[in-house]
Design a protein around this ligand. Structure first.
Ligand code: DGL
Length: 274
């Protein structure tokens, strides 16, 4: 049963964090699904990438990122980073007394709804794929699923370079994804914040009949459902407030963020995590 929340509780922000800029794909999905919600974002641009680091270090960073958002007074934390979601979500849920939503379960649920053949591909960072979190989540839903996983580390710099539909990105995608194509998957989970940016080359590479699952998009729906169930949706008619914090100089984040979110007015502040 949901608690009776005060108006000020409902007006608190949705907190979102990522290792850097990639989580803005999740922010974009949240803005689409929940246009009245305030959003506070933290991008750990000083320590990105997380995907090539050990689970131990990623966990440590994730604790600091979550603590920072809690200090901002958010009502829920969305772990936009798939790497953190893959290696640290249970630790975060155990440690912090606030609803926390990661990317793995929403992505696996969406894949389960989409697949017909039960042959599901998963792509992500080295750490995400090594953790086997998506494969585990899929097998919890249906033991007979054939899951074919592949780390695609070069996709992150290609997306950050803005090479969304570039021949080099296509070559890299064709190389990484040939095994998935040969395995005749019918569904592919984009298990990294950056991969929706390369959606077109990925789709071309695996074939038009493969359903691409954007975990961030799926998570945004889950956030909406959770806020509704908990009676925590912001009912105010004020313009939503969006605040962005980063741990390194904000210029590049601001530039890319304005393009990603199609907003010329992004307020980005550099902070130092204590
Ligand atoms: N945000 C990371 C993820 O979704 C990708 C970038 C990184 O390696 O930090 O896994």
């Amino acid at each position: 049963m949901s608690r009776a929340w005060s108006i000020s509780q409902k007006q608190k922000s949705i907190g979102v964090f990522d290792s850097g800029i990639g989580g803005l794909t999740v922010v974009h999905a949240l803005m689409q699904h929940l246009p009245s919600e305030n959003i506070t974002y933290f991008g750990d641009t000083a320590r990105v990438p997380y995907g090539s680091k050990s689970a131990e270090v990623v966990r440590e960073y994730a604790f600091e990122d979550t603590r920072f958002l809690m200090q901002q007074g958010v009502k829920i934390v969305v772990v936009a980073c798939n790497t953190v979601s893959a290696v640290a979500i249970d630790d975060l849920k155990a440690q912090f007394d606030i609803p926390i939503i990661g990317m793995i379960d929403p992505g696996a649920d969406a894949a389960q709804r989409a697949t017909k053949s039960g042959r599901i591909g998963v792509i992500g960072t080295l750490a995400t794929i090594a953790s086997e979190s998506y494969a585990r989540a899929l097998h919890q839903r249906e033991k007979s699923y054939e899951v074919i996983s592949k780390p695609c580390p070069l996709f992150v710099p290609l997306a950050e370079e803005g090479w969304t539909d570039h021949p080099v990105s296509q070559m890299v995608a064709d190389e990484y994804l040939s095994e998935l194509r040969q395995n005749e998957i019918d569904t592919l989970i984009l298990g990294c914040t950056h991969y929706p940016i390369l959606r077109r080359v990925i789709q071309r590479s695996v074939g038009e009949d493969v359903t691409l699952i954007d975990s961030g998009e799926a998570a945004a729906r889950e956030v909406e459902q959770l806020l509704r169930e908990e009676d925590l949706l912001n009912t105010s008619s004020d313009q939503p407030n969006y605040s962005f914090f980063v741990s390194d100089v904000p210029q590049k984040f601001k530039q890319l963020g304005q393009i990603f979110l199609n907003r010329p007015d992004l307020r980005v502040t550099k902070v130092h995590l204590a």
